[in-house]
Design a binder for this molecule. Structure first.
Ligand code: SF4
Ligand code: SF4
Length: 166
């Protein structure tokens, strides 16, 4: 047998043995899901962001003024925010326009969140956004206004080897 093949097989066994008694970092998704505490937010007054997961956005429709700064911020990144007309009466938003996001193009950079001067666009821990029809990846302002359900309950605990979970 080829010597390279033998050393390759032995090397693979050695790696397996080294890790066999370590506690797992990987999850059995989708049966197991991470408990992610919060999404990324940005405080316009202090001009600082807070650490958080960059998942699907949450839009506070009652605070959105329709200024379009989020869409302008996205223009040279993914150009995936369209300002669309919404129904209803919005005292802070005389033009009745709010952002709609195409998650087929969004790169989850969070620049739109940083650009919003009215603290009404943040990100959430929601990462399950796949769809079989790409039109379903376009989330309207009212879809963005719905808080995602909390899904996971597995917590990662940092350790010397990286992290593990129970
Ligand atoms: S997070 Fe998505 S929508 Fe926001 S600026 Fe980045 S690419 Fe655009
Ligand atoms: S989400 Fe913020 S930045 Fe975007 S239109 Fe509304 S107020 Fe302006």
């Amino acid at each position: 047998m080829n010597i390279k093949l033998i050393t390759g097989i032995l090397g693979a066994f050695a790696v397996g043995l080294r890790n066999i008694f370590k506690r797992r970092m990987t999850l059995r998704y989708p049966e197991q899901k991470l408990d992610i505490e919060s999404g990324y937010t940005f405080d316009a007054k202090s001009n600082t962001g807070s650490a958080g997961f960059k998942g699907r956005h949450i839009l506070y429709t009652d605070k959105c003024t329709g200024c379009s700064l989020c869409a302008i911020a996205c223009e040279n990144i993914a150009d995936c925010i369209d300002m669309v007309q919404v129904e209803g009466s919005w005292p802070t938003n005389p033009k009745n326009i709010m952002p709609q996001i195409d998650y087929g193009r969004c790169v989850f950079c969070g620049f739109c969140v940083d650009a919003c001067p009215f603290d009404c666009l943040f990100m959430t821990p929601e990462y399950e956004l796949s769809a079989t029809d790409k039109r379903k990846l376009v989330h309207t302002p009212f879809q963005l206004a719905v808080f995602p359900e909390k899904k996971g309950d597995v917590q990662l605990i940092p350790d010397d080897g990286g992290a593990h979970h129970d």
